[in-house]
Design a binder for this molecule. Sequence first.
Ligand SMILES: NC(=O)c1ccc[n+]([C@@H]2O[C@H](COP(=O)([O-])OP(=O)(O)OC[C@H]3O[C@@H](n4cnc5c(N)ncnc54)[C@H](OP(=O)(O)O)[C@@H]3O)[C@@H](O)[C@H]2O)c1
Length: 235
Amino acid sequence: MKIILIGYGKMGKAIEQVAVDKGHEVIHTITSSNKTELNPDLIRKADAVIEFTRPDSVYENLKLCIDAGIPVVSGTTGWIEKLNEMEQYCLQKDGAMLWASNFSIGVNIFFEINERLAQLLAGQNYQVDIKETHHIHKLDKPSGTAITLAGKFIEAGVYQGWSLENEKNKLPVICERKDEITGIHTVNCISDDDRILLTHEAFNRKAFAKGALLAAEWLQGKRGVFSMKDVISKS
Ligand SMILES: NC(=O)c1ccc[n+]([C@@H]2O[C@H](COP(=O)([O-])OP(=O)(O)OC[C@H]3O[C@@H](n4cnc5c(N)ncnc54)[C@H](OP(=O)(O)O)[C@@H]3O)[C@@H](O)[C@H]2O)c1
């Protein structure tokens, strides 16, 4: 595949390394200093665009790719409130997009187990909290992954929302920013008699990069809005 990387920071560079190792070609990279180069003619030279930037630029970047008719994979977090609008736009324009709060295959397996755990805990006497720990450079809080995990307990009716504070009926999310930690997520469920702990720890960014590339390969020739759940279950 010919790939354009929008965002050439920690993730963009990790994706480039994995892409080149797999025989793909990165034909252009975009950062905040050359973002005016991103136009439909450039985008149409690629088979896929992979976008890892910032919450304030992701919407316009994805819109440009969808308008150009090129499949786009995005992992930018911290903009979940506009995700649904973007997905509707993609469907209207018959585009192809795949966004994931976390591209690691391990985390997506963890998501499946978490979903089942949330369903099983509905109606049981457990208090749940989610703790996420990341490096000090992370801009958003809580992580997109923690929001995805909490969402399954909300869908299952265990909580009515999530909160960074201690609010009644809301699932507490605890965020820690420490050193260069890639990402640790723990779902902690306590009853009077026992505890269930579910933890995922990423050792490096390669796990996210591999997943993002797998998603871009999988998206070739497809139209619609997809998630990593689709990639894992149908690849
Ligand atoms: N979904 C996942 O699996 C996953 C995994 C890890 C991280 N993430 C998320 O991915 C995002 C990027 O993370 P990162 O660690 O790579 O961040 P980073 O190292 O800060 O890199 C961000 C990149 O985006 C560029 N950028 C900023 N504004 C831009 C714009 N308007 N147009 C084009 N490029 C722009 C930056 O360019 P300059 O340096 O020139 O400003 C930089 O190259 C974050 O939201 C992070 O939370 C997701």
